[in-house]
Design a protein around this ligand. Structure first.
Ligand code: 5AD
Ligand code: SF4
Length: 347
């Protein structure tokens, strides 16, 4: 479908619920006819909340000294991988704060090799900006998808939500996304929705940015304020959380119509606002879900935003809840399938 910038903006501002239901069901039908009706599951392991960056919105930013830091052992990551494999997830996402020291890079490399040696799991990494050679090393060790959100494609807004220094450069972020493509990854990016200073025009431009970058996967979700971050001071500017969720669902639907054959995730932040948030995203075009497999003992520490759902639960509970909800909605699960991006396969 052809959407110009103005049409996208007016959809993002649309309030009529009947028209919106049409948009969502149209996006759902587009999903079913291009990538199928299945939802693919990726077990999510939050390997560490140690981060060298200071993003102004994030609860695990370097300068938040109130956050207790953890790193889970390689043995524990392998246990989660085994759990994912036995559950039939077929894919694993390894996510963590950004670190670029050699010890960390080596550790990820050997973990990847060990996981691939033991199980035929698809592996997605979400470990921030890294030099091209590191992306290469991890690709060679067995990772084949990488998630790196642009957070906002507007340079101006990006610079309002990050410190302006060499560690948080907009240009480096865009370059990293290009490097990932060069190496051969399926590349995923995304934005936060409902940020202070963000307009419908910014979000429309984000969607067009995804298309111009020709991304393979996308994960977007509502921005959620965290009291121990600098961005918290702007909380009075924010839309109510339910409206941030509605905007996020619109973004999913519009992106599905704009890029019919990519993978789009229903994200945890949606679930933080509404227990049915991820399911709503699935009915508006999302086709990937990432049940949290992080060990219950450390979940509390990985609070990029407050009131993150599932804190205190363990992997078995989170995943059986997820499956139960999908069953109730009669949404089939792609058990045992990697569920790679069709967009990538066609390229
Ligand atoms: N609210 C919502 N999402 C957030 N992230 C970080 N902090 C927040 C927040 N306060 C998201 C960012 C990052 C991803 C791992 O988590 O988009 O890329
Ligand atoms: Fe670190 Fe990512 Fe949080 Fe930024 S968003 S502070 S890079 S964990």
């Amino acid at each position: 479908m052809e959407f110009d910038r103005d049409t996208l903006i007016s959809w993002l501002e649309e309030k009529d619920t009947t028209r919106l239901e049409h948009l969502y069901s149209g996006a759902y039908r587009t999903k079913v006819s291009t990538v199928g009706d299945k939802v693919y599951l990726r077990g999510l392991v939050e390997i560490s909340n140690i981060c060298c960056k200071n993003c102004l919105y994030c609860g695990i930013r370097r300068d938040n000294h109130a956050a207790g830091r953890y790193e889970i052992s390689s043995e524990e990551v392998l246990q989660s991988a085994e759990f994912a494999y036995k559950e039939g997830y077929a894919s694993l996402v390894i996510q963590g704060g950004e670190r670029t020291d050699r010890a960390f890079i080596d550790r990820i490399t050997s973990l990847l090799k060990e996981i691939k040696r033991r199980w035929p799991l698809g592996i997605t990494l979400s470990l921030g900006e890294q030099p091209l050679e590191v992306y290469r090393e991890w690709f060679g060790a067995g990772a084949h998808r990488y998630l790196l959100r642009i957070e906002s494609s507007s340079r101006e807004l990006y610079e309002k939500i990050h410190p302006v220094d060499s560690l948080h450069s907009y240009d480096s972020r865009v370059q990293a996304l290009k490097d990932l493509r060069t190496v051969g990854y399926q590349v995923g990016t995304g934005v936060m929705i409902g940020l202070p200073f963000q307009t419908a025009a910014h979000l429309a431009d984000d969607l067009l940015f995804f298309r111009s970058l020709d991304i393979d996967m996308c994960g977007m979700g509502p921005y959620l304020e965290h009291s121990q971050t600098p961005l918290y001071q702007y909380r009075s500017m924010l839309l109510p959380q339910t409206e941030r969720l509605e905007l996020s669902i619109k973004m999913v639907a519009l992106l599905r119509l704009l890029m019919p054959d990519i993978n789009i995730a229903a994200t945890t932040a949606m679930q933080a606002i509404d227990p049915n948030g991820r399911e709503r995203a699935i009915l508006a075009g999302a086709n990937v879900l990432m049940p949290n497999l992080t060990l219950a003992e450390v979940r509390e520490e990985y609070q990029i935003y407050q009131n993150k759902p599932g804190v205190g639960e363990d992997a078995a509970i989170s995943s059986s809840r997820t499956e139960q909800r999908l069953n109730e909605m009669k949404i089939p699960i792609g058990w045992g399938q990697w569920g790679d991006s069709k967009h990538f396969e066609k390229r």
